[in-house]
Design a protein around this ligand. Sequence first.
Ligand code: NAI
Length: 477
Amino acid sequence: MSDLLVDLGQNPYIKQAIKQLGLPLPMPEKLRRPRGAWEERPLDGRTVVVFACGQLTLPLAATLAQAGAFAKVVGTSLQAAPFVAPGEAFGRRIVQIEADAEPPADLRADALVFDASSLSMPRELRGLYDAFHPYIGALNRGGRVLVIGRPASASRTAAEAATSAALDGFVRSLAKEVGRKGATAHTVFVEPGAGERLPPLVRFLLSDRSSFLTGQPWTVDARVESTLDVKFVRPLEGKTALVTGAARGIGASIAQALAAEGAKVVCLDRPGDEAPLAQVAQAIGGAAIALDITERDASVKLIDYLDTKCGPLDILIHNAGITRDKTLGRMSASYWDQALAVNLDAVVDLTEALLAHGLSNNARIVCLSSVSGLAGNVGQSNYSASKAGVVGYVKALSQTIAQRGMTINAIAPGFIETRLTAAMPAVTREVARRLSALGQGGLPKDIAELVTFLSSPGASGLTGQCQRACGGMFIGA
Ligand code: NAI
């Protein structure tokens, strides 16, 4: 990644000017990203400090030990007790620290996890301060903060709802504070009865696979039946996936990531892009189909192809997208139509057709939205409308397809290093990279990691959501 500000920041005058503009100076370190495919112990040898005062201690204790982490439990011996057996089973002896004791002077933590699921009154939020205040300084570079609570929608009283909502505000601020050291923070709201769906998400958020995601609330619910045989290695073995817009950029990266976890991937892109498309497909042992998804009979052609070549899809990734930027007064009707046709109409039309014929039960659908769709952007009224439409579609459709064991989610990337962002003016590009908690742009691989997680059988607790993958971008956050 070219880092203009890193170079300019060496000059003391320019450094001063950058500070006055309010642009964060670059981090000394790049984000820690995973090298290979999913592994059994993504947290092997990592230290996780757990403030274990809630109702979700059991799934948390098992998850950490199974993922290879060493838990240091802050609380009474009774609160630490659920961690002992799983720790021993995986050779991860736990350490208990009394809540009112000073943190050990040599403590370095790879993650801080707070189980807030028992908090019901605003004054109990003081527990967040008491836990994090002494320990936040011990968080390593590239560390993780996780606060787990109950969603406001499950609250019995307005005061309890206020307490839940406060967790989100706390974590969003913390994400901005720890972002400078490449660390991230998330809130996970677990609906009552959905605790068993929590472990895969905890593994993902504490691992290097989520390094560009931060400041996000996630909700785990029990609407979609969970699969019992959740595999952490090659989770997509035996699955067939379709990725639209797979010839390059984020789509190519998604196709590679899904294939690396065992999926057979059908790569789709426009006629005219056959050469790069075939290259991507060949490299991953996948198949290629050249099809313009805005063609009137695109869904008929696609279903014919699936019927003859590979059968129904288990994973459908709507990644193809275009921008046609102009301020509204200067925008031609064709610019409007093109952006809406690719980014929204085709997503809806293809999904509806495939739901009727071409998607397996328990399928996973992921749609690429954009931060522009959530926050709006000058010159992008068409693009933002289409990408906001995707979020609405995902939310509504999740209700109707849940009974078939299917999930559908959206991802709103922020600044990702692709040809789309390479085409931006240099200064705008640098500002866009820097104005985020992590102070840098993401890579296509970061989006691919989230898509892969949401496509996995273990992600059954997540549906109807839109996750920003933006490094904690300040715009519209
Ligand atoms: P890209 O332009 O590099 O790739 C998009 C692909 O979609 C291209 O290969 C293109 O040929 C294909 N495509 C476009 N129209 C098509 C059609 N009618 N039929 C079939 N294929 C078609 O874009 P990039 O950056 O990889 O973006 C991927 C997705 O992520 C898009 O939906 C985009 O809106 C979204 N996104 C990207 C961001 C970024 O920073 N790069 C930020 C926010 C969202």
